[in-house]
Design a protein around this ligand. Structure first.
Ligand SMILES: NC(=O)c1ccc[n+]([C@@H]2O[C@H](COP(=O)([O-])OP(=O)(O)OC[C@H]3O[C@@H](n4cnc5c(N)ncnc54)[C@H](OP(=O)(O)O)[C@@H]3O)[C@@H](O)[C@H]2O)c1
Length: 189
């Protein structure tokens, strides 16, 4: 069965997503933006199932220890080096395809939506995947110094959706930082 692959990211105008293993705006917190991330990634559409979050090793370790694993979600960490899942993670996969295979086999009875939550190379894998992909982008309108970036994004391959259930419209602001939520869906060519 073809499943939609979702990606969720908050980025600066230069596509920056991180700095020194943290979010670009650290130590400023965007609490409502974080609540949005939690609501979107944790809300399963089928009772009795949980959504899956797939992330790279560095993103896993960028989450404060007390918040790992991300609750009410099946946490899959990708690493080529680790041999066992890092403490608290539910599953380890050696590559993106293996993670998707795990979801379609061992986890098929429990897994609902699939969310790719970073970092850079995971987003790239998502964009190069087959089938429908939805990108939930928080456009942070202020530039912060960044050392990690969202990959090149070809606008011809995506439609900006006029709205999406659960996604607030219009300009948001927290701690003097403005941002807006956008949802892009891949176009089948
Ligand atoms: N703004 C946002 O929305 C957002 C979201 C996520 C992360 N971030 C930020 O981004 C930074 C972390 O992202 P990152 O891009 O540097 O690292 P990352 O993708 O989280 O982690 C990189 C590591 O993941 C493993 N990995 C990645 N792709 C793999 C693949 N295809 N197969 C197997 N293993 C794979 C490798 O681990 P091994 O080295 O163990 O093999 C690789 O070194 C942090 O600053 C974080 O705060 C921001």
């Amino acid at each position: 069965m073809a499943r939609v692959l979702n990606g969720i990211v908050a980025m600066c105008p230069d596509l920056g997503i991180g700095r020194d293993g943290n979010l670009p705006w650290h130590p400023t917190r965007l609490n409502d933006e974080f609540k949005y991330f939690r609501k979107m990634t944790a809300t399963a559409s089928e009772e009795g199932k949980q959504n899956v979050v797939i992330m790279g090793r560095k993103t896993w370790f960028s989450i404060p220890e007390k918040n790992r694993p991300l609750n009410n979600r099946i946490n899959i960490v990708l690493s080529r080096q680790l041999k066992v899942p890092p403490a608290g993670a539910h599953h380890l996969a050696p590559d993106f395809c293996s993670a998707l295979r795990l979801i379609d086999t061992e986890l098929s009875d429990q897994a609902d939506q699939v969310w790719v939550i970073g970092g850079s190379s995971l987003y790239k894998e998502l964009m190069h995947s087959q089938g429908t992909r939805r990108l939930f982008v928080t456009q942070v309108l202020k530039q912060f110094p960044c050392d990690t970036f969202f990959p090149e994004f070809c606008p011809d391959n995506y439609n900006l959706l006029p709205g999406f259930p659960g996604v607030p419209q219009g300009l948001q602001e927290e701690n003097g930082i403005q941002y807006r939520f956008e949802v892009y869906e891949s176009i089948a060519h």
